[in-house]
Structure formats: structure tokens, C-alpha cells
Design a protein around this ligand. Structure first.
Ligand SMILES: Cc1cc2nc3c(=O)[nH]c(=O)nc-3n(C[C@H](O)[C@H](O)[C@H](O)COP(=O)(O)O)c2cc1C
Length: 196
């Protein structure tokens, strides 16, 4: 790559963190992350997303128990069907934590019956991941609440923290300080074409 600047560097350096220290991020950092999220593009400038930052430990632990339980009854889509047994076994292991023990979990949801719901939230979370990287924080895309969005006990619990049962649960982000940096996966060949 011949050109470089802070943002391009940040894009290259960001990794999915799966081992966090227990230290909570500051209110200013959380504010900056959420601000980065809401400045993402959205279809026809919809901005119909909701970012719910959960930092209360009991809430996160309870959600983890509901996720473990939810996987017992989960019916996956085609992408994951072949791995169902392995996923079920993995989620029942002692110490399983779908958000890797991160001190902050940000759940991105969006209004129902909106075709760009997940796309908008994914753009917003990438902004958030890059903002986290720029602030020296680690982050990881977390899909379990999305997979289990039709799980009734999970939806009831999320409704209790203000996420409407009508909303699509699009994606989540685990954020915190990095304990162990993740390796950088090599780029696959042949994924870019230039027609000129
Ligand atoms: C749509 C999507 C879903 C993902 N879901 C998860 C997840 O549930 N748990 C997880 O640990 N990582 C998840 N990831 C992170 C990927 O595993 C990760 O981006 C990939 O392995 C490349 O590593 P890197 O982010 O460090 O470059 C997800 C990423 C995307 C884009």
C-alpha cells in the first residue's frame, strides 16, 4: 500500500479482541464510541438504530446464562447448521462467555421490517471498532444476540433493559482493554478486481 495515514493505519491494526482485562472503559471513551456509531451512514439516512451499552455485570452475566440456555433450542440458518453440535457443546462448557468477559457490550438493534437494518448497524459497528482501536481499546463483533433474537426469554430480558421486542437485534460489540492481542489473519488472494 503506497498511501498511509492514521485512519488507514487504524484499519490495518484493528483486530477482534477475545481476551479482555477486567478494567471498565471510561464514560468519555464510551461516549466517543457511541458517537462514532451514530455518525455512520444509513440507508436513506434512516438512523433508526438503537445502541444499548450494557456495563452492569449482573445484567451481562444473566444474559450469558440466557444465551447458553438459548443455544440448547437454537435452530440455525444454513450457514451454521453443519456446526450445530459443535456450537451447542462449546456454549455449554464451563466458563463460556459469549462476550469474552468484556466489561462493555453494545447491542445494536433496529426498527422492524427494515431491509437495511443489519447493514446500517454493521456500518455503525465498524465505525465503533475503529474508534476503539484509535483509543487503544479492543473490540469484537459478537453475533450471539443476533442469532438468538427469536429466543423468547432473551427477548423478554432485553425488553426489560429497553430493547423493544419489535426491534431486529442486528449485531453487538464487546469492548474493553486488550489482555492478549489477536494475531493478524492473512488476506485471501483474488478478492479484489480493478477494471479500468
Ligand atoms: C458478521 C460478523 C460476525 C462475527 N461474529 C463473531 C462472533 O460472534 N464472535 C467472535 O468472536 N467473532 C465474530 N466476528 C469476528 C470475526 O471472527 C473476525 O473479524 C475474523 O476472524 C477476522 O479477524 P479480525 O477481526 O481480527 O481481523 C464476526 C465478524 C463479522 C463481520
Amino acid at each position: 500500500m503506497s498511501l498511509n495515514n492514521e485512519i488507514l493505519h487504524c484499519i490495518h491494526e484493528r483486530r477482534s479482541t477475545r481476551q479482555f482485562t477486567g478494567e471498565q472503559i471510561s464514560p468519555e471513551q464510551l461516549d466517543a464510541l457511541l458517537d462514532a456509531a451514530i455518525w455512520a451512514p444509513s440507508g436513506i439516512n434512516s438512523q433508526s438504530w438503537l445502541f444499548t451499552a450494557v456495563q452492569k455485570k449482573e445484567t451481562l452475566l444473566h444474559l450469558n446464562e440466557l444465551v447458553r440456555e438459548g443455544f440448547q433450542h437454537w435452530v440455525p440458518d444454513d450457514d451454521y447448521a453443519g456446526n450445530l453440535r459443535a456450537i451447542r457443546e462449546h456454549t455449554q462448557k464451563e466458563g463460556y462467555c459469549f462476550y469474552y468477559g468484556a466489561p462493555t457490550l453494545i447491542i445494536a438493534s433496529n426498527r422492524p421490517n427494515y431491509a437495511n437494518a443489519v447493514a446500517d448497524c454493521a456500518c455503525a459497528l465498524q465505525n465503533l471498532f475503529l474508534a476503539a482501536q484509535s483509543l487503544g481499546l479492543g473490540s469484537c463483533y459478537i453475533n450471539q444476540p443476533h442469532w438468538l433474537q427469536n429466543d423468547k426469554p432473551i427477548r423478554a430480558y432485553l425488553a426489560g433493559i429497553g430493547i423493544s421486542e419489535e426491534h431486529t437485534i442486528c449485531a453487538s460489540a464487546a469492548v474493553g482493554y486488550i489482555q492478549t492481542p489477536s494475531p493478524s489473519p492473512a488476506r485471501k488472494e483474488g478478492t479484489v478486481k480493478i477494471i479500468c
